[in-house]
Design a protein around this ligand. Structure first.
Ligand code: DC
Length: 222
């Protein structure tokens, strides 16, 4: 049987993984896994139900039966549309906290692997190439300095008409990076066979071109 191709995109927050993933999904017609959205949905549930993130048993129980669904571009937690609600910094910070619990990661593994479906999958996260899909055909790791990522996030917020403070964004990004890189389970790091792209001084088109070059070398038409 022909293997379904999996392309993993890992890297720190605000590096442009989601934007690249979307471009590749459009180009290749593959399915998309936004693994961060699963951790964010869990975090949203923790906040909504007023759970103590230190109460590992309660958080793990919620992760095991997480009522999250991805449907036609929207994200649901049971009957609530959480598509925009999970994009706040508060939810992101809580996601990064609960994501450091080993049993939480274990509980969410099968659910992420279920996304592998013909004709292929683009998976975006922190441990896609290292833990969730170690057999992936193509592993990309995007990187950029924290100030560059903070500036992009700042521009995005200002463009949306949201009042933003650059120093606060830098602090938030650095705190989240620290937690994601230094946790004991599935810390953020490139897989040994990952292709690292530093996006600091590249346009989106240039990043896509590099990613496609890597894929063509692996026999994926891009
Ligand atoms: O990619 P994101 O910003 O939506 O992710 C939110 C948080 O979830 C991030 O700070 C760390 C965690 N996460 C993770 O631990 N593993 C993943 N594969 C994806 C996200």
């Amino acid at each position: 049987m022909k293997q379904v191709p999996v392309i993993t995109i890992d890297g720190p927050s605000g590096v442009g993984k989601g934007t690249l993933a979307q471009k590749l999904v459009e180009k290749l017609g593959f399915h998309f896994l936004d693994s961060g959205a699963i951790y964010r949905a869990l975090a949203w549930g923790v906040l909504q139900q007023n759970l103590d993130p230190e109460d590992t048993a309660a958080v793990v129980a919620l992760a095991r039966d997480l009522p999250v669904r991805f449907e036609a571009g929207r994200i649901w937690f049971a009957d609530t549309d959480i598509t925009t609600a999970i994009r706040t910094e508060g939810v992101a910070a809580m996601a990064s906290k609960v994501a450091a619990i080993p049993q939480v990661r274990e509980a969410l593994l099968a659910r992420q692997r279920d996304f592998v479906q013909s004709p292929g999958l683009v998976a975006d996260g922190r441990d896609m190439g290292t833990v969730v899909f170690p057999e992936a055909q193509v592993k990309l790791f995007l990187d950029a300095s924290a100030p560059v990522r903070a500036q992009r996030r700042y521009n995005q917020l200002i463009n949306q008409g949201v009042d933003a403070n650059i120093d606060q964004i830098v602090r938030e990004i650095e705190a989240r990076d620290d937690r994601d890189r230094n946790r004991t389970v599935a810390p953020l790091k490139p897989a040994e066979d990952a292709f690292v792209i530093d996006t600091s001084h590249l346009s989106l088109d240039e990043v896509v071109a590099q990613a496609c070059e890597v894929m063509r070398a692996k026999g994926i038409n891009c």
